[in-house]
Design a protein around this ligand. Structure first.
Ligand code: ITT
Length: 189
C-alpha cells in the first residue's frame, strides 16, 4: 500500500517512518500538497481533516497525526493548540512560554496525546490514540526529539524525551502507542 505521510512536522515524519519501517508500505512525503486549516475542536477532528484532505488530493491512503500536550496546572492547555501556543514561532520560544506560565505552580503534571488517522481516498478512516503521562522540568534538557520533549520526563523515567533515541521515545510515547495499535490492526495480530 502507498501511504502519504500527511504532516509538515519533521519530528513526526522521523517517528512515523521509524515505527512503520517494518510494514510493507511505501511511505511518501507530503511534498507540496497543501494541508487544511486545523479548524476541528478535537484531535480526532483535526487528524481526520488532515488525513482525508491529503488522501483526496493524492489519491493514496494518507496517515495524519494530531497531537498536543495537556498541562494540569493550565486546565489542560494548550492541548490541540500546542503547535501555536502563545502565537510563538519556534519550539524553544514555546517551551520558554510554557515555563513562564508554570512559574510558581507546584503541580508540574502533564500528558501528551496523539491521535493517528489512516484515511483512504474512499473516505474510510481508522483512528488510533495514545497517551503518555509525566512531569515538566523547570528548564529544558536534551537535544533530541521536537516540540516540548526537552521539558517532559515520562513517568518511571529520569531522562526527558529529548534525551532519548527515537526508538526509546517510540517504545513509551503517545505517538508510539497509537502507531503500535495501527500496526497490530494492520497485521491482524
Ligand atoms: P502537522 O499538523 O503538519 O502534523 P504540527 O506540528 O502542526 O504538524 P499538530 O497540529 O498536531 O502538528 O501539533 C502538535 C504539537 O504538539 C507539536 O507541534 C508539538 O508542539 C506538540 N507535540 C506533539 N507531539 C509531541 C511530541 O512527541 N513531543 C513534543 N511535542 C509534541
Amino acid at each position: 500500500m502507498t501511504v502519504t505521510v500527511a504532516t509538515g512536522n519533521a519530528g513526526k515524519v522521523r517517528e512515523i517512518a521509524a515505527a512503520l519501517a517494518d510494514l510493507d508500505w511505501e511511505l511518501r512525503p507530503l511534498q507540496g500538497v497543501p494541508m487544511p486549516e486545523e479548524t476541528g475542536a478535537t484531535y480526532e477532528e483535526n487528524a481526520a481533516l488532515k488525513a482525508c484532505t491529503v488522501a483526496l488530493v493524492t489519491r493514496t491512503a494518507a496517515l495524519a497525526d494530531d497531537s498536543g500536550i495537556e498541562v494540569e496546572a493550565l486546565n489542560g492547555e494548550p492541548g490541540i493548540y500546542s503547535a501555536r501556543f502563545g502565537g510563538l514561532g519556534s519550539d524553544l520560544e514555546r517551551n520558554l512560554y510554557l515555563l513562564e506560565k508554570l512559574r510558581g505552580h507546584a503541580n508540574r503534571r502533564a500528558k501528551f496525546v496523539s491521535v493517528v488517522i489512516l484515511a483512504q481516498p474512499s473516505g474510510q478512516v481508522e483512528t488510533y490514540r495514545g497517551e503518555l503521562s509525566g512531569t515538566l522540568l523547570e528548564a529544558p534538557r536534551g537535544e533530541g526529539g521536537f516540540g516540548y520533549d526537552p521539558l517532559f520526563v515520562p513517568d518511571g523515567q529520569t531522562r526527558t524525551l529529548a534525551e532519548m533515541s527515537v526508538a526509546e521515545k517510540q517504545a513509551i510515547s503517545h505517538r508510539g502507542k497509537a502507531l503500535a495499535a495501527l500496526k497490530t490492526a494492520k497485521r491482524g495480530n
